[in-house]
Ligand binder design. Structure first.
Ligand code: G6P
Length: 607
């Protein structure tokens, strides 16, 4: 998500930190800052582009040969100077930069406040500086260790103190961290590209590890304090490859980031027993009980996420739910009552049509909830309630991980609403919570079978038309699979409910025409198989997405892309992954510019 830099050595730290942060600019961020020490720590930070930080520093250069820096992508609190990192404790003796989320943020903040603490930002990250100061009794490493024990979540944090001015202490809990080894100088970064031009020798820090960095090198330990002998990794990627984490394209990198994105989106919001706590979603149980209908509005991939939401809300809440294209809804003069909830979904929070459709809700006295990835976006400012998806910056124009986070957000919302309406009992809440927590592992498994998607891509790469079918949630996934394929491979494709095929489109199914069938919904499995038989009877090729245990499909399919067995309700999250990979590999085989496809903008801010 955010970018981290650190430096200890003989040179002035300021320019090295700023240079490293600039090399992480491509990831997106909304503020930046550095802290440099020469015995006293100097923090300089600014909202907006790194150029703002540079003009702040110009003529007022920090003096010191040790420092830490950060580019922030807002999660807790708007992108402002105050919320930018580094954060210091009130004494200014300890500074911290942090990526990720502290899940028990509220309880830590309340406890610190009870003891009289005052805060200078709205961030969870600032609390870490307070905690390190509170836990310090002459040993920075131990203070950080105790802070980690107090802070739940998936994150990386980096700490520097004027009391031990020769070292930087950093911890990785899921969010990435690497150490770059120089000659008499050492670097720290969230991502290799920040320092690849300075060194090619790295120590890759793993989850639940701590690293103590000095000019002479770095010591890696478990968070428990056991020493780890980490081998030096020599990286020979070029700068472009490094930005993509070694993947050929950002899209592929982002597809592979999805297990971590699920962990981030769920972080601190869902307990084992299925209780959901959504910061920023303010409505109470009485409001939820009185709800008559849920509207969802969005465009493009976000609309496809809404198709899943519509089905989940109907199934789980037994509540009327409609998803509408925002560009249609805004001119449809919809009949919306005050006891209805409008959910507007938008990765960017800036899509003009979605903003316009979302604003219809308040005109009818209805509440509007935004599901968005961008803190402080226009949509989030219009909304009564906001559920941030926490997918991190998405660079590929074709959306994958942001879509995934939108799905997870809607499952959380359904659990929250269902608990208040009494349609989700303890048993169901627990089962869904368990299933959601298992998803990162399941998605890892699907990603491990990328070869299946490559084989399927080789089968369809020369096709002129491709069809996608499914029923219910599978139809929603088919829609997204088809859109991904169109967006980046420029291959004509169309998605439809499996039952609709026989009402016309079957005329186009001739020998070898590929049809992608999504088969995760057990209740309608046989019905979808009937459509599969109709396709086979006309010589069409079947490429299926099916559970590991589905042996029936082998009778009909030319290729099967497998997903692990799971509850049908959650299966869309896994089933979309092979389709993302399929689209990616078809586009790669066809030699397209995958991250910047033709005629497509990341965010469409005009009507
Ligand atoms: C554009 C993008 C799509 C995106 C859609 C909605 O068309 O290319 O990837 O799904 O806008 O964007 P939003 O930011 O509102 O989710």
């Amino acid at each position: 998500m955010c970018g981290i830099m650190g430096y200890v050595g003989p040179q002035q730290a300021g320019p090295i930190l700023v240079d490293g942060l600039k090399r992480l600019e491509y990831r997106g961020y909304d503020s930046a800052g550095i802290a440099v020490s020469n015995g006293d720590i100097r923090v300089q930070k600014a909202e907006g582009k790194i150029a703002n930080l540079e003009s702040l520093i110009e003529g007022d250069q920090p003096n010191g040969t040790i420092g830490i820096g950060h580019t922030r992508w807002a999660t807790h609190g708007a992108p402002t100077d105050a919320n930018a990192h580094p954060h210091a404790d009130p004494s200014g003796e300890f500074v911290v930069v942090h990526n990720g989320i502290i899940e028990n943020f509220q309880s830590i903040r309340d406890e610190l406040a009870d003891r009289g603490a005052e805060f200078s930002s709205e961030t969870d990250s600032e609390l870490l500086a307070h905690l390190v100061a509170q836990e310090y009794d002459g040993d920075l490493v131990e203070a950080v260790r105790r802070t980690v024990a107090l802070s739940e979540g998936a994150y990386a944090m980096v700490v520097m103190s004027k009391l031990e001015p020769e070292k930087i202490v950093a911890v990785r809990k899921i969010s990435p961290l690497v150490v770059g080894l120089g000659d008499g100088e050492t670097y720290l970064a969230s991502d290799i590209p920040a320092i690849l031009h300075r060194t090619r020798d790295f120590l890759i820090i793993e989850d639940d590890e701590m690293v103590i960095v000095t000019a002479e090198g770095a010591t890696v330990e478990t968070i428990g304090g056991d020493r780890i002998e980490r081998e030096v990794t020599h990286i020979d990627w070029d700068a472009g490859q490094a930005e993509k984490g070694g993947y050929e394209h950002f899209m592929l990198k982002e597809i592979h980031e999805q297990p971590d994105v699920i962990t981030e989106t769920l972080g601190g919001r869902l307990s084992e027993d299925g209780t959901v706590r959504l910061e920023g979603v303010e409505f109470d149980d009485a409001y939820i009980e009185a709800l008559d209908r849920v509207w969802i509005t969005a465009c493009g991939t976000a609309y496809h996420a809404g198709l899943i939401g519509q089905e989940i809300f109907r199934r789980v809440l037994r509540l009327p739910a409609n998803v509408e294209y925002a560009h249609e809804l805004r001119y449809a003069n919809p009949i919306i009552g005050p006891c209805e909830l409008m959910i507007a979904i938008s990765q960017s929070g800036e899509t003009a049509d979605t903003l316009a459709a979302a604003r219809i809700a308040p005109d009818h006295g209805a509440r509007m909830l935004a599901i968005t990835n961008v803190v402080g976006s226009t949509l989030s400012r219009y909304a009564d309630d906001v559920l941030y998806t926490r997918a991190g910056p998405e660079i590929s124009v074709a959306s994958t991980k942001a879509y995934m986070a939108m799905l997870i957000g809607q499952y959380l919302l359904a659990l929250r609403l269902g608990a208040a309406r009494g349609t989700v009992d303890e048993e169901l809440a627990q089962a869904v919570s368990h299933g959601l927590h298992q998803l990162p592992g399941a998605i890892e498994e699907v990603l491990g079978r990328e070869q299946e998607a490559i084989s399927a891509a080789e089968e369809i790469v020369d096709a002129e038309d491709v069809y996608f079918i499914g029923r219910g949630l599978d139809y929603a996934i088919a829609m997204e699979g088809s859109l991904k394929l169109k967006e980046i491979s420029y291959l004509h494709s169309e998605a439809m409910p499996a039952g609709e095929l026989k009402h016309g489109t079957l005329a186009l199914i001739t020998k070898d025409v590929p049809v992608i069938v999504v088969l995760t919904q057990r209740a309608v499995y046989d019905k979808t198989i009937s459509a599969v038989q109709e396709i086979k009877a006309r010589g069409g090729r079947i490429i299926a997405v099916a559970y590991d245990t589905d042996t029936e499909i082998e009778k009909y399919a030319d290729t099967v892309m497998r997903i692990p067995d799971m509850d049908d309700l959650l299966a869309p999250v896994a089933a979309v992954v092979p389709l993302q990979l399929l689209a990616y590999h078809v586009a790669r085989l066809r030699g397209h510019d995958i991250d910047q496809p033709r005629n497509l903008a990341k965010s469409v801010t005009v009507e």
